[in-house]
Design a protein around this ligand. Structure first.
Ligand code: ADE
Length: 239
C-alpha cells in the first residue's frame, strides 16, 4: 500500500513523528496539540480523526485520535506502524476501575491486556496470545510517574468489546479476583499490532469511572487528572 493510506491523509512519512500519542477522542488529540505542543502542523483529518505533529520541550511528537474499540483503532495502528514507519504508539485513555483500591483519577499502566475479542483467533490457533506493551517503555513510564508523584498502578487491563456490557457477574468477579485492574477498549489491539511489526507500544490510563463504587468523573475534575496522564506520556515518548 502507498501513502496516503485510506484512513490517514499525511502525504509523506516525514509529517508524522516517530512516536504517536493516541487518545480515543480526536478532539482530545486537538486539545493536546493546542495546549501541550509548539509549532504544530495538522497531518490528517480523514473521517474527523485529527492528527497533529509538534514539539514538546523541543522533542518532536505526534498526537492522533484512535477512535473507540479494537477493530476501528487497529486500522490506525496498522497504518501508522506499517506505512508511516512510526516506531512507538502510546495509547492515552480513560478506563473504568475494577478494583476497590483503584480510585477515580489514579493512573494505570497496562502490563498486559485480556479480551473477549476474537480478532487474534486466526493467528495463533488454539493458543490464547497475551498482548503486552514494550517493557523498557513501561519501566520508564513507571519510574517517571513515581518521580512526578502520581498514584500509579501497574497490571493487566481488560480491553472490552462493549462499553455497555451485560457481563455475567461471576465473570466480573473472576476478573477482579485474578487481578485485572480496569476496563478500556483498545489496548489488546494496540499491543498485538505493535508485536506484529516489531514496534513499541504502551497504554497509560486515567480512571474515569469505577465499576466497583459506581462513581464517575465530574467534568471539572477530569481535566487536571487527564493532564497527569498526558504529561506522563509526553515525558516518556521516545523521539
Ligand atoms: N473507558 C472508560 N470507562 C470505561 C468503561 N467503564 N468501560 C469501557 N471502557 C471505558
Amino acid at each position: 500500500m502507498t501513502i496516503p493510506t485510506p484512513h490517514i491523509s499525511a502525504k509523506s512519512k516525514d509529517e508524522i513523528a516517530n512516536t504517536v500519542l493516541m487518545p480515543g477522542d480526536p478532539l482530545r488529540a486537538k486539545y493536546i496539540a493546542e495546549n501541550f505542543l509548539e509549532d504544530v502542523k495538522q497531518f490528517t483529518q480523514t473521517r474527523g480523526m485529527y492528527g497533529y505533529t509538534g514539539y514538546y520541550k523541543g522533542k518532536r511528537v505526534s498526537v492522533m485520535g484512535s477512535g473507540m474499540g479494537i477493530p476501528s483503532s487497529m486500522i490506525y495502528f496498522n497504518e501508522l506502524f506499517n506505512f508511516y514507519d512510526v516506531d512507538t504508539i502510546i495509547r492515552i485513555g480513560s478506563a473504568g476501575s475494577m478494583q476497590e483500591n483503584i480510585k477515580l483519577h489514579d493512573i494505570v499502566l497496562a502490563t498486559s491486556a485480556c479480551s473477549e475479542s476474537s480478532i487474534n483467533d486466526n493467528l495463533f490457533g488454539n493458543i490464547h496470545f497475551s498482548p503486552t506493551p514494550d517493557f523498557n517503555l513501561l519501566l520508564e513510564a513507571y519510574k517517571k510517574s513515581q518521580d512526578l508523584g502520581y498514584t500509579t498502578h501497574c497490571g493487566q487491563v481488560h480491553s472490552s468489546d462493549q462499553f455497555y456490557n451485560d457481563m455475567d457477574p461471576k465473570v466480573f468477579e473472576n476478573l477482579q479476583k485474578y487481578g485485572v485492574l480496569c476496563v478500556e477498549m483498545e489496548s489488546y489491539g494496540l499491543f498485538t499490532v505493535a508485536r506484529k511489526y516489531g514496534k513499541k507500544a504502551l497504554g497509560v490510563f486515567t480512571i474515569s469511572d469505577s465499576l466497583v463504587s459506581n462513581e464517575s468523573d465530574s467534568a471539572e475534575n477530569r481535566q487536571s487528572a487527564y493532564t497527569q496522564m498526558m504529561t506522563l506520556a509526553l515525558e516518556v515518548a521516545p523521539e
